[in-house]
Design a protein around this ligand. Structure first.
Ligand code: ATP
Length: 424
């Protein structure tokens, strides 16, 4: 089989993966990590500029399916954005539209302010200067590792391409494998070669679709670190699709949470953690106790405190969310500082008196941490409290429970029912 046959076969595989109607010819060189710089006047493939990537009211319909509904998003030059959401929410479609493999049904896409897709203009993928990387992105088996990495540097003189490819391989720690063939590498090493191949042409925009799924945890973490370092070194503007919140937290300067074709919330991890727009987002970024409660007298009046509920009406059902890490356990009858108290303190639930009495039912140790289950009078289910292993009070003991009201979240009940989070 010739290299050209192999290349055609890879195009075919990728066309199927990308859903381009199985037409291998739809997949440009660029998408195979073999970017040929465009326009040619850019000179060296290694010449890099940071680009912005903008989506304006982007829609994508497939028959009756609205895969994307009014997506507007600005990605700054050099920024790493993770698209996070359950299967089928439109992440890959947005990636395909950014790359030019797919056209939006409405709206515009701009790279560095220049329209690349819109009602009157469509720039083909090979002219967008984007690089793509996929989890199942096969290397060419009959090319050496070095030749694989150099594949996207055709515009450079041969020696210069080899030098660049060597440097790229060295950056992923695989310089010593240059003359070997892909089959001798482990899965993780092959991923690193694919990463080098995608980044060596220094695309201004890098698009990655689940690039680390299928790897074991340690390998995944190492490759994530390598990838982030390389993306930052090359100042590539990056969009990484994942359904794994932890991966998004590790990699993203910003995280864009999607659901059913829409952006639910976009922000830094701190913003999404502190101020999630709904229960769906809250669940992604912290472990929470969800307690159904009804609004009475304009507030949720619970055993662990009274909490305001802006926007939820009298008599309506709400969900009180207590983060597992935001609950403190102290010896019975003591204040938040652990000292024995007779009066009210100014902290947490103790604004309503002393800490609420509870009883430890079970402790699950997880190395440095532990999950303590505590029965609280007035709550049907025990509360789960996550704490440092050394701080766990004696088992089966009585405790005082303190909840920091600043860290409590309340959402309307129907949000949780409308948008179950399973699948994320
Ligand atoms: P996953 O995490 O499972 O890859 P995703 O969030 O990437 O999911 P998309 O692949 O973008 O989701 O799909 C979004 C919606 O569009 C889904 O309902 C999907 O079935 C539909 N869809 C995507 N591509 C096509 C296509 N070529 N033809 C018809 N429907 C499509």
């Amino acid at each position: 089989m010739t290299v050209s046959d192999l290349y055609t076969r890879l195009r075919g595989q990728l066309a199927r993966r990308l859903g381009t109607g199985n037409r291998a010819s739809d997949v440009p060189d660029e998408v195979l990590g073999s970017h040929v710089p465009s326009p040619p006047s850019r000179g060296r493939a290694a010449a890099m500029f940071a680009a912005s990537l903008t989506f304006e009211a982007v829609e994508r319909r497939y028959g009756d399916t609205r895969a994307l509904r009014g997506i507007s998003l600005d990605i700054a030059p050099g920024e790493v954005v993770c698209l996070l959401g359950p299967s089928g929410c439109g992440k890959t479609t947005l990636l395909r539209i950014a790359s030019g493999i797919e056209k939006p049904s409405a709206g515009r896409v701009l790279i560095s302010g220049r329209e690349v897709a819109g009602p009157s203009r469509f720039v083909p993928p090979e002219e967008r200067h984007v690089g793509l990387m996929f989890q199942d992105f096969a290397l060419f088996p009959h090319l050496t590792i070095l030749e694989n990495v150099a594949f996207g540097l055709k515009a450079l003189p041969r020696e210069e391409a080899r030098r660049e490819a060597h440097a790229g391989l060295a950056r992923v720690g695989l310089g010593h494998t240059a003359q070997q063939y892909p089959h001798v590498l482990s899965g993780g090493e092959q991923q690193r070669v694919a990463l080098a191949r995608a980044l060596v042409p220094r695309p201004s925009v890098v698009l990655m679709d689940e690039p680390f799924s299928g790897l074991d945890v340690q390998l995944r973490e190492r490759l994530q670190e390598d990838t982030l370092r390389l993306l930052k070194e090359t100042r590539a503007t990056s969009m990484i699709v994942t359904h794994n919140p932890e991966e998004a937290m590790r990699l993203g300067d910003r995280i864009v949470v999607m659901r059913a074709g829409r952006i639910v919330q976009a922000g830094t991890l701190a913003q999404l953690y502190r101020d999630p727009v709904d229960l769906f987002v809250a669940r992604l970024f912290s472990e929470i106790n969800e307690i159904p409660w009804v609004v009475e007298g304009g507030a949720l009046r619970t055993p662990v405190g009274t909490f305001q509920v802006p926007g939820i009406h009298e008599g309506e059902a709400a969900v009180l969310c207590l983060r597992q890490r935001a609950i403190r356990l102290r010896p019975p009858g003591s204040g938040l500082d652990g000292a024995s108290q007779n009066g009210a303190s100014q902290n947490g639930a103790s604004r309503n008196g002393m800490g609420q009495p509870g009883r430890i039912l079970h402790v699950r140790y997880l190395g440095d941490a532990a999950i303590v289950q505590v029965a609280v009078q007035g709550f049907e289910a025990p509360l789960k409290v996550r704490m440092r292993e050394l701080e766990v009070p004696s088992q089966d003991g009585e405790v005082s429970i303190f909840v920091d009201p600043e860290r409590v979240l309340v959402f309307p009940a129907e949000v949780s029912e409308k948008h179950p989070v399973s699948g994320v």
